[in-house]
Each structure stands twice: as C-alpha cells, then as structure tokens.
Design a protein around this ligand. Structure first.
Ligand code: COA
Ligand code: AMP
Length: 639
C-alpha cells in the first residue's frame, strides 16, 4: 500500500493530466523520453506521448536484465493438463524472445508488419508476443477457442504477414488439433500470409506442409528455425506506433480490431501494477485468464513483466484439472501474492467445493488480494469468496477497449472500503458519468449509460484497426465528447460505481465476450432457418448463455431436436466451442416493431424474469404473447 491517497491522486490526474501522465511516464525506459503528454490536435482522436520513442519488449525484459535482475523469475508455466511446471528467469525469457524475434525476422517480419498468434496457453504464446513487439511489429492474438471462420475473419482484417501457431492444445475433454483449423482459416481467408510458424507439441500431428501463401509458402517448424536464428535486438518505435490489435465482439458479426499503442500502454500498465494491483519487482502475480483476451495481454504478459514481477501462465481450468483445488495448489506452489480471475471461475469452484475444503491443505499465507473482472462479481459470490479466503476480493471493471481498469479499488494507494456488487471508484485518468439516452447526466442511484469523457487516459484504444470512422461511429457518436462504454449502471451517493450490464447485443459467456449478432449470422446459414433471434439469458455458472429462437422455412420438416443439434454444431464450427450454444427453440414467429426490428431486449427481459415493456411500435402483440411461455423456461437449464 502506498502513502498517497486515492482522492488526491484522482484529483491530480483530472486537474493536470499532462503533468500526471508525464510523471507516470518515468516508470518506463524510453529511447527518446516524451516532452509532451497529450497530442490533442485532432479531436476526437487523441494520442499520448507523441514525441516519445521506446520498445515494449525492452521494457518487459532487457531493462530488468540490465539492472542486474536476470536471475529473477519472469515466467512460471504451470500446466495442470500435463502436470508440469517450467520457470524462466528474465535472462532466459529474454534469450527465447531474442531468438524468436530472429525467427520472425528471417521470415521477413519488419516494424509495422502484423503477426497473427493462435496458440494455446504455452510459453510460446508469451514469447511470440514479445518477439513481435521486439521487432516493432504488431501482434494480433486470436483466442484458441475460436473456430476457423473467426480466425479467417481476423486474418482478413489484420492482413498479417505471418501466423504463429502450435500443433495442439489441451482441453479437459479433448485434444485440440490446431493445424486443421489454421489450414481451413488460411484457405477461406481472402488475404494470403507469407509464413506460418508452428510450435510442435508432443503427441500432436505436426505436418510441415505446403500452403497457398503469398508467393507460395510452407509451414515452418519453430524449433528448426530457432536453431539457425540470429538473436534480434529491440527496434525503437514511436510511442504512438501500434503494439497490438485485439479483436473483440461488437453488435454486428464483424469483430472490431482494438488498436493499442506502445508508449501509453506501457505507462498505463506500469502505473496500474503499482497503484491498482500493488504488485512490484520480484512479487508474484497470477492472472488465471487466457492470452487470447485483453486480461491476458495486460496482466499475464505485459503488466507483470514491465513491472519486473513474476507472472504465472496457467494451462488448466478452475475445476476438473483435476479438481476445484487447482487454483489453491497453483497459488501455494508458486507463492502467488496477487490472483486475478473471472467471477465465473469462482462460481465454478463454489459449485464443486462450497466449503473451500480443497484449499485447506495449501499454504495461502502469501495471497494478499484476489481481483475479479470479465463480468460483474455478483454479491453472493463476492461474499462467499471474501469469507472463505479472508482477504480483499476486489471487483474491477474494464473492457478490451480500455486495456486496463476503468473502475477499481486502488490497492496500491489507500484501499477503499469495498461494497458488494461494485467495482468501487473510477481509476485516475477516467472521467466517468452516467447519462440518459439524450446525454443528460442522471442523479445518484439512477441507472443509465456509462460514458467516459474524452480524452481517455493512456493505455486505452487509439482507434479501430483500419477505420477511424468505425471507431468514431461505434463509440464516440452517441454522446458528444464522450466514449460510450456500452455498459449501463449507476453511481451511488457515496460515489461507488455499479456496472449492471450491456446496452447492446454483446454477451458474456463464462468470461468470453461474444456477439449475439455473430451467432445469429451463423444460425442463419442453416438451410432450414428462415429467421432467428439470439439473446443472452442469465446462467448461474457462466453469467450468461446464448439462447436461439428460430423460425423454420415453410415446408421444412426438420424436428426441433434435429435442428438443435445441427445449429449447436454450426455455431461450434463458425464461432467456436466457447459459445456453448445449446438452447434452441423453434417458434412460429418473432416479435418485431412495425419497421421490422426484432424485439430482442423485450425477449431477454422476459427470459430473465425482469419487468418488461412492450414498445408501442410492436407489429403484432400476439406473436410476443405466443413466445412468452417458450422464453420463460430459458432460465431453467442447469449448466
Ligand atoms: N481452445 C479450444 N477450446 C476451448 C478453449 C481453448 N482455448 N477454451 C475453451 N474451449 C472449449 C472447451 O473445451 C469447451 O469445449 P467442449 O464443449 O467440447 O467441452 C467449450 O470451449 C466451453 O468451454 P468453457 O467456456 O471453458 O466452459 P466449461 O463449461 O468447460 O467450463 C468454466 C466452465 C467456468 C470452468 C470455464 O469457462 C472457465 O474457467 N472460465 C473462466 C474464463 C476466463 O478466465 N475468462 C477470462 C476473462 S477475464
Ligand atoms: P471484454 O472486452 O471481453 O473484457 O468485456 C468487457 C465487458 O465485460 C464490459 O463492457 C462489461 O460488460 C463486462 N465486464 C467486465 N468486467 C466487469 C465488471 N467487473 N463488472 C461488470 N461488468 C464487467
């Protein structure tokens, strides 16, 4: 805990952001230190540290080695799937990253080029990200639970020169062969990549084969290339140059490529490690997420390493690998001080081990704080976990777009009393308001749209890849001068923020952000489906799950059971297994407005047993009435 208070730090960040963030910039090593903090010459697009130059992988690795900490542990890879652990010191991780940067360089990758990384939770994922950053190139990590079509969509948008993948991943119920998925994605994508580098995993088919790359190409073996590679040093880039693109789900089926820059990202993460997580050099932070999500980017990879801390990369699940004691084993074995996970993981543990009996045999004395994000930490799970562990359980709210927490309890400043269901207060740099549909601020306790005043602080999205206009239209147009978070909530009389849910068609299934629009697009591909609506309904384990309501084409004779299985399979192949799309009902019609808009919000409210309002513009009320009994049981399923 620091000596400075939250209130004065927040005030300093609002009163003189320029000074505040220039001070924070001293937390990272620059090739050319920035003389200015903010470039506000092109509103509503703002850039931080416009004249600074640095390299992010240098900040994550070299500088710690140069400071004499090469023997400190940088990365602990703990695979519950294999029952193995491997540690890398900073010097060892640097050597791996320098070498793989040499591999990428040998494949023609240069500053500004894109590299798509599609890997399971193995050290190669961290190494590939840092090696790409070392060359000043731009990575785009695609979560391994996404199917070929989603990978292809990202390849077409990011237009990478190389794809880095592995021969296989391990899931509790199956082994995941990556190469057929990558091959399918490369075949269906319009864009042609030059190189595919494959990390071989024991026991998986690893076929070095030809592919139809730009100018012809073949899959290359990571280890084979690494044996001949010349280590590469860090390439100096502008602070405003992109470090990565991370795709996230929006309202439409087309994923949005959130662009993160190098300089402000490094500064924001360094600041957050000290002031939000209170985790510094030599301390152990474990973020039980996946490198394919923003949480993994920021707090498995970049945040802990920039801070000189030890990060844990966990290949496994909270339950079933082998049991609900897995988190406590990992925390005890690696001396974890700060643990970060998703509420859905805590609910899964609670369901399997309500008394936390499986934690009893482990020494958790080092564990200081448990952070949760990805969805709202529901008060019941919060109370259960706080009582069982006896340490602060801190909900904090953020999004792929912001890259770090918008609201949190600043454990490195003066921790504030926690309130169940609230991620506490806005983080310094974020100026938050709750407004109604017209943009007028609402009173304390009234729910509305949560907006953030521009400019957003360092570390947040610079734009959407390839389209400033889409960035503006998606986030900046609804409320002039502000960024629309897409979340609704309220601020109570003590200033605590409560984030209650999305205002759009984004859903959160077991901490995985998905678009119901994208699922609808997949469902609509089935030849028997005339039209469909997919809504997210409450789920006691996963937070939400998608439910589909389909109208069959006239003359179709397919049964409900058959269409259910066919659509589950279709969504699995089009989006990925994480969508967990199992609930499908065949209906006679979908309720619509007179202009043809499906009343998804009303449907969701009915399914969740909430008060619902029927818009006066409804086309045919009897269609909705007929649907009500089919919607209500949607909440009954046990996950
Ligand atoms: N690669 C391939 N497949 C994957 C995958 C990956 N990286 N991640 C998940 N899947 C698959 C699973 O194998 C499963 O497939 P199946 O239907 O064949 O069994 C399916 O996707 C659903 O998996 P999951 O979402 O993990 O649900 P689950 O019911 O197996 O487990 C939880 C439930 C709560 C234990 C699990 O979802 C979990 O640990 N969630 C935490 C997620 C998280 O940390 N998110 C980060 C947000 S900060
Ligand atoms: P993602 O971009 O995948 O991180 O998902 C971001 C969305 O998840 C947010 O817009 C919220 O809807 C939700 N979310 C994440 N963390 C929280 C939280 N702590 N409380 C409430 N909602 C959250």
């Amino acid at each position: 805990m620091g000596t400075e208070g939250y209130a004065e730090t927040y005030a300093a960040s609002s009163e003189d952001p320029e000074k505040f963030w220039l001070n924070a910039a001293a937390l990272v090593d620059w090739d050319v230190p920035p003389a200015r903090a903010l470039d506000d010459s092109r509103p509503p697009f703002y850039r931080w540290f416009p004249d600074g130059r640095l390299n992010t992988s240098f900040n994550a690795l070299d500088r710690h080695v140069l400071a004499g900490h090469g023997n400190r542990t940088a990365l602990v890879y703990d695979s519950a799937m294999l029952g193995t652990t491997r540690t890398y010191t900073y010097a060892e991780l640097l050597a791996e990253v320098e070498t793989f940067a040499g591999v990428l360089h040998s494949q023609g990758i240069r500053a500004g080029d894109r590299v798509v990384i599609y890997l399971p939770m193995i050290p190669e994922a961290v190494i590939a990200m840092l090696a790409t950053a070392r060359l000043g190139a731009v990575h785009s990590v695609v979560f391994g639970g996404f199917a070929a079509a989603e990978l292809a969509a990202r390849i077409d948008d990011a237009r990478p020169d190389a794809v880095v993948t592995a021969s296989g991943g391990l899931e509790p119920k199956r082994r995941v062969e990556y190469l057929p998925t990558v091959a399918e994605a490369l075949e269906t994508a319009g864009h042609r990549v030059r190189a595919v580098v494959v990390a071989a995993r024991e026991g998986f088919a690893h076929t070095v084969r030809e592919f139809d790359g730009a100018g012809g190409g073949s899959w290359a073996d990571w280890a084979g290339l690494a044996a001949d590679a010349q280590p590469r040093g860090p390439v100096s880039v502008a602070a405003t140059d992109p470090l990565y693109i991370l795709y996230t789900s929006g309202t439409t089926g087309a994923p949005k490529g959130v662009v993160r820059d190098n300089g402000s990202h490094a500064v924001a993460l360094a600041w957050s490690m000290a002031n939000i997580y209170d985790a510094g050099p030599g301390q152990v932070m474990w973020t039980a997420s996946d490198v394919g999500w923003v949480v993994g980017h920021s707090y498995i990879v970049y945040g802990p390493l920039i801070a000189g801390a030890t990060t844990v990369l966990y290949e496994g699940k909270p339950v079933g690998t082998p049991d609900a004691g897995a988190f406590w084993r990992v925390a005890a074995e690696h001396g974890v001080e700060v643990l970060f996970t998703a509420p859905t993981a805590l609910r899964a543990i609670r369901r399997a081990d309500p008394e936390l009996a499986l934690a009893a045999g482990y020494d958790l004395s080092k564990l200081r704080t448990l952070f949760a994000a990805g969805e709202r930490l529901d008060p019941e799970t919060y109370r259960w976990m706080s009582d069982a562990l006896g340490i602060p359980v801190v909900d904090h709210w953020w999004q792929t777009e912001t890259g770090w927490a918008i609201c949190a309890n600043p454990m490195g400043l003066d921790p504030q009393p926690l309130k169940a269901g609230s991620p506490t207060f806005p983080v310094p740099g974020f100026r938050l308001r709750v407004v109604d549909g017209t943009g007028t601020e609402v009173t304390a306790g009234t729910e509305g749209n949560i907006v953030l005043d521009l400019p957003l602080p360092p570390g947040t999205l610079a734009t959407l890849w390839g389209s400033d206009e889409r960035y503006r239209a998606s986030y900046l147009q609804a409320f002039e001068g502000s960024y629309a978070t897409g979340d609704s909530g309220y601020v109570d009389e003590d200033g605590y923020v409560f984030v209650m849910g999305r205002t759009d068609d984004v859903i959160n299934v077991a901490g995985h952000r998905l678009s119901t629009g994208a699922i609808e697009q997949a469902v609509a591909k089935h030849p028997d489906v005339a039209e469909c609506a997919v809504i997210g309904v409450q789920d006691s384990l996963k937070g939400q799950r998608p439910c589909g309501y389909v109208v069959l084409k006239a003359g179709s004779s397919v049964t409900e059971v058959d269409i259910q299985a066919a659509l589950a399979d279709l969504v699995r192949r089009q989006i990925g297994p994480v969508a967990d799309f199992r609930d499908v009902r065949v209906v006679d019609g979908l309720p619509k407005t007179r202009s043809g808009k499906i009343l998804r919000k009303t449907m969701r409210q009915i399914a969740d047993g909430e008060e619902f309002t029927v818009p006066s513009t409804i086309e045919d009320r009897s269609v909705l009435d007929a649907l009500v009994p089919l919607l209500r049981p949607a909440v009954q399923r046990e996950a």
